[in-house]
Design a protein around this ligand. Structure first.
Ligand SMILES: [Mg+2]
Length: 318
């Protein structure tokens, strides 16, 4: 009888322990699932040339249905390019986007008045947008670059604005109307470099000392202030949080897409990074290794292909 009671007690204890372990396991599974599937606000910040637009012919219409699906599911798509204000407005309209956008390598953010009824702090009015300037005005850049310090480098520089129409078309891949628009810049000077790499490194170093920088895009170098696309992303997120843009308290998950060196700053700080392959070029390499998606195809298909591999995107488009 006593032996029977002892066995019963042991069995009881084992059962209690087992149920405790099961409860812990259940809570753990619940927690993992909650993290994976909890509501998220997804923000895709993307470069244009070579990333969303085909490098050679700037085509993007083939992925319009995918973009429409993303926006219809509440995904915010923010264009962030070395292109200027008018150029990005045209593409934003072509993509049916009414999101904020970032111009000239992080030089300024534009919030459409249609969606941002209240003026964001420190912004000024420009056409149908609120403008936040982060970069250096073009006049100031032009003045600085003409100083004696840079005389020795300027013989290796050919500015886009000083090229013949034929050269401009060759180096940008743009046709005449689009060329006129791309020259209407406010914060940068596109150029090509004809010196050695060593001289370029020295040029960049001296530019940095004068609060300027050279950003490498898919085709050209861009002389700007010290602003980067990464800085602009940080600013944008701060504004979206302050303005409670997503109208909820869920976290904002960021996916940054790019193909060139000037995209790295935003791709290192985003939650996910999409590296789109450029034709005949080695993919850019990031310091980070987690949540990096390299496309096999070039733009625009490569853009869609890599985004479709990301779990949170797969989840909402299935
Ligand atoms: Mg690019």
């Amino acid at each position: 009888m006593i032996r029977y009671r002892i066995i019963k007690k042991i069995k009881y204890k084992i059962l209690i322990r087992l149920s405790l372990h099961l409860r812990i396991l259940r809570n753990l599974v619940y927690y993992i699932l909650k993290i994976k599937f909890m509501a998220k606000n997804i923000l895709i910040i993307t470069d244009l040339d070579g990333t969303l637009l085909n490098f050679k012919n700037f085509e993007y219409k083939s992925i319009l249905p995918f973009i429409n699906t993303l926006t219809s599911k509440g995904v915010e798509i923010v264009l962030c390019s070395s292109k200027c204000y008018q150029e990005i407005i045209q593409i934003n309209n072509g993509l049916n986007l009414i999101s904020p956008f970032i111009v000239e390598n992080g030089s300024a953010i534009y919030f459409p008045k249609k969606t941002f009824l209240k003026r964001p702090a420190n912004s000024t009015e420009k056409d149908n947008y609120w403008e936040i300037v982060l970069g250096t005005p073009r006049d100031e850049i032009s003045k600085k670059i003409r100083s004696n310090t840079f005389k020795k480098y300027l013989k290796y520089v050919l500015f886009l604005k000083n090229m013949t129409k034929l050269q401009q078309a060759y180096y940008t891949g743009l046709k005449s109307d689009a060329l006129d628009v791309t020259l209407e810049r406010n914060f940068s000077e596109p150029l090509i470099w004809m010196g050695t790499n060593k001289e370029l490194i020295n040029f960049k170093k001296e530019l940095n000392e004068e609060s300027m920088d050279l950003n490498t895009g898919a085709r050209l170098l861009h002389l700007t202030g010290l602003n980067t696309k990464g800085d602009a992303l940080k600013e944008l997120l701060q504004f979206l949080n302050i303005l409670n843009y997503f109208n909820n308290s869920d976290e904002i998950v960021t996916i940054a897409c790019g193909d060139s060196e000037n995209d790295i700053s935003m791709m290192e700080i985003s939650d996910y990074a999409v590296v789109v392959r450029l034709p005949d070029k080695k993919n850019i390499t990031l310091k980070r290794t987690v949540n990096v998606f390299n496309s096999k195809n070039v733009a625009p298909i490569g853009w869609r292909e890599s985004l479709e591999e990301i779990d949170i995107i797969r989840e909402i488009i299935k």
